[in-house]
Ligand binder design. Structure first.
Ligand SMILES: [Zn+2]
Length: 171
């Protein structure tokens, strides 16, 4: 786990330094795909939208884990620019970390990882659903940053704030 923790920190630093706003997450998408290729994880990107969908395991049962990948457009030190202040840089890194860990475990089914674009615009989720990202999924779990709770280490404050996990069951 120590190695993964260090790696998550490095991924976080990368994504934090390279923020891209909704629907423009081109380099972010490339970087995620690159990491997944290096990890030998089956994944795909889309011709018409940003975002990545990956999958590990085997079987009929599929659960999904989702991360947001877009940054906000904000004034930072007097200059307007893309900025990861909502924690999506942390979401991406933690979800890739979970993937790296779970990949080495004995799984009783498949786990699909959805790196969803344009959460801040509100229409990124639909773009993934329309492209089949949740087809066959029984449980979807999302990571959402909670600005009020500090991540225990305090090292990556404020964006690396503990994600709040919730599950919504589809029928
Ligand atoms: Zn957000």
């Amino acid at each position: 786990m120590m190695l993964i923790n260090k790696q998550i920190g490095e991924w976080f630093d990368h994504f934090h330094k390279h923020p891209e706003i909704s629907w423009k997450e081109v380099e972010t998408t490339k970087k995620i795909a690159e990491i997944l290729t290096e990890m030998n994880v089956k994944h795909h990107t889309f011709d018409d939208v940003t975002g990545v969908v990956a999958e590990i395991g085997e079987g009929d049962r599929i659960i999904a884990v989702r991360a947001d990948i877009d940054a906000l457009w904000q004034e930072v030190d007097g200059v307007f620019r893309a900025n990861h202040s909502c924690g999506h840089d942390a979401n991406i890194s933690m979800v890739i970390g979970a993937l790296a860990y779970l990949k080495e475990q004995e799984l009783g089914g498949r786990i699909r990882f959805i790196f969803q674009p344009a959460e801040e615009k509100g229409n990124g989720a639909i773009s993934m659903i329309e492209r089949g990202a949740v087809d066959g999924v029984s449980i979807c779990s999302a990571f959402i940053s909670d600005q009020k709770k500090k991540f225990r280490s305090g090292k990556y404050h404020p964006p690396f704030i503990m994600g709040r996990r919730f599950s919504s069951k589809q029928k």
